[in-house]
Design a protein around this ligand. Structure first.
Ligand code: SAM
Length: 292
């Protein structure tokens, strides 16, 4: 058995110096240097030797070493070509790791997951590059990548937005999208001093346990998400105005009002007070109205 060594700051510094590595701000590079946080992520991800883990952005391989110990197989996708020789070095003693030098946003992740794990769902674990957190998570959901759970480090505020419900200022399109596809749970808050270099923002580890079936029945998912986006685009307007002003929705005003009335919350209700179940009802009503 190998022992992960990179979570210790001195070992990380040594590797960075050995390869004369310069951090690239544009890639959101903040490497983890805290073994307690790494242990917490691995525990929350609940990985065993039957699992294939997809890691996004392995950096110098710190978390990859922990993942390789726990999982049957790890596929790690890293955009920065300067990190590839470092990863070959730090992961040389692990035979169950495959590194792919690609941009995760351009990769066919569904195809990769299906091929690498014979169609079985994978577990995604990552200390995400914060500049692309939302497109990465939404990409996994919308492209129907077979995923069992997603355990990731994200900006603290983003974790709160994913977990919250109606009535909070953080509630929005991201909360609804995440909760349609998964159950979110914030595992831990992580301060900037657990990273090298230190990020300017606080971080949190969140686990999203993917639903086998969405918690609400929706006739037309695309329409529901268009409605959700339109409702939160103009947060201070009423739901009726938000939907009426959207370029993507072309329902007559009276149909929109009729649909809103079915919710029983009055026609001047705001989108931010609707639950996922109410958005589903609204969307199903409008979907039926458009096919009449
Ligand atoms: N996992 C490492 C750790 O915890 O120390 C590094 C995490 S760092 C926050 C984010 C990593 O994602 C960096 O290694 C960065 O180069 C990589 N990255 C940034 N954009 C990416 C993209 N579009 N596709 C794949 N990797 C990316």
């Amino acid at each position: 058995m190998n022992k992960p060594v990179l979570g210790i700051p001195q070992n990380t510094i040594e590797i960075l110096q050995k390869y004369d590595f310069s951090f690239q701000k544009k890639f959101g590079q903040n490497f983890l240097i805290d073994t307690h946080v790494l242990d917490k992520i691995i525990r929350a991800a609940d990985i065993d030797k039957e699992d294939m883990v997809l890691e996004i952005g392995p950096g110098i391989g710190t978390m990859t070493q922990y993942l390789a110990e726990a999982a049957g197989k790890v596929v790690a996708v890293e955009i920065d070509k300067n990190l590839i020789p470092i990863l070959s070095d730090t992961l040389s003693s692990y035979e169950n790791v495959r590194i792919i030098n690609e941009d995760i946003l351009k990769l066919d992740i569904r195809g990769l997951a299906l091929k690498e794990n014979a169609g079985r769902p994978v577990k995604v674990v990552a200390n995400l590059p914060y500049y692309i957190t939302t497109p990465i998570i939404m990409g996994l959901f919308e492209e129907h990548v077979p995923v069992e759970s997603i355990t990731v480090m994200v900006q603290k505020e983003v974790a709160q937005r994913m977990q919250t419900g109606p009535g909070s200022k953080d509630y929005g399109a991201l909360s609804l999208a995440v909760q349609y596809y998964a159950s979110p749970y914030i595992v831990a808050n992580v301060p900037p001093n657990c990273f090298m270099p230190r990020p300017k923002v606080g971080s949190a580890v969140i686990r999203l346990t993917c639903h086998a079936q969405p918690p609400v029945a929706v006739e037309d998912e695309r329409l529901m998400f268009d409605i959700i986006r339109a409702s939160f685009n103009q947060r201070r307007k009423t739901l009726a105005n938000g939907l009426g002003n959207s370029d993507r929705l072309t329902f007559p005003k009276e149909v929109i009002l009729e649909a809103i009335e079915t919710l029983g919350k009055g026609v001047s209700v705001r989108g931010e007070s609707l639950t996922l179940e109410e958005f589903a009802r609204l969307s199903n009503y409008l979907s039926a109205a458009s096919s009449k």
